[in-house]
Design a protein around this ligand. Structure first.
Ligand SMILES: [Fe+2]
Length: 246
């Protein structure tokens, strides 16, 4: 079942005036620390999402090299698992196929919302799930390296990425969770197969669904939250995307 987002920040104040930049950033970080995501709404045409994201950290280029990526249906990509089509995406973290630390934050903002149903970005906080793991399970996922591959869509761009990382990693700046329902290479009887089923089910039940209006910007903590997408039919849906090292 989908829950409505609760971590919502208005770019306009109660008088309909843009919130002071310093206050906007302070409230943003309070909400981010509490919930692991922030939906910025009531966004004016003057608001500069790239400038705002620069305040969060260094940018990590997208697969194509574009620093500001476009998420919209691309020609010839309808038959693969890929963000650049209209199909659903299963819960995952971003950057498990990077050799480096995954981006800390992902920002998506809406250029053209999808007409009709679908196209929501969906999110789930892994913190309570990891916190309630048995010590034995947590140790297993902290110390076992898994093999990861990249998505079919990215392979079609000519990038065949293969990495080795654990599911859980303790980083100086916090815990990193890496997760994918379909790009983790493992045996059927590996403990991670059960985790994939369990987290996928929990995601279906507990996720927050973000329905974009024009210029809305969603930022989430990619070390902590999983994300996915509902299918949609409007091929004009267009988001922009920045990955931030943090
Ligand atoms: Fe993604």
């Amino acid at each position: 079942m989908a829950h409505s987002p609760v971590s919502i920040l208005s770019q306009l104040d109660f008088n309909g005036q843009p919130l002071q930049e310093e206050l906007l950033l302070r409230t943003f970080h309070q909400l981010m620390d509490e919930h692991g995501y922030v939906l910025l709404c009531n966004v004016t045409e003057e608001f500069d999402p790239v400038r705002f994201c620069r305040g969060l950290g260094d940018f990590v280029p997208n697969y194509t090299g574009a620093v500001v990526g476009d998420v919209r249906p691309e020609p010839g990509m309808d038959d693969v698992y890929h963000a650049g089509n209209t199909r659903p995406l299963t819960p995952h973290s971003e950057g498990y196929d990077f050799a480096i630390t995954p981006p800390h934050y992902i920002a998506l903002w809406c250029v053209t919302p999808a007409n009709g149903p679908g196209g929501e970005t969906t999110l789930m906080d892994t913190r309570p799930l990891v916190d309630t793991m048995s010590e034995q399970e947590r140790q297993h996922f902290l110390t076992t390296d898994y093999a990861w591959k990249t998505t079919e869509g990215v392979q079609r761009l000519g990038l065949d990425l293969h990495t080795q990382h654990p599911i859980l990693e303790e980083h100086a700046k916090g815990r990193i969770v890496r997760f994918s329902c379909n790009n983790l290479i493992r045996d059927e009887d590996d403990p991670v197969a059960e985790l994939q089923v369990r987290w996928h089910k929990t995601f279906e039940r507990d996720h927050v669904a973000i329905d974009y209006r024009r210029r809305d910007m969603l930022v989430w903590d990619n070390w902590r939250l999983l994300h996915a997408r509902n299918a949609f039919s409007d091929r004009n849906r267009h988001l922009r995307r920045i990955q931030i090292a943090g």
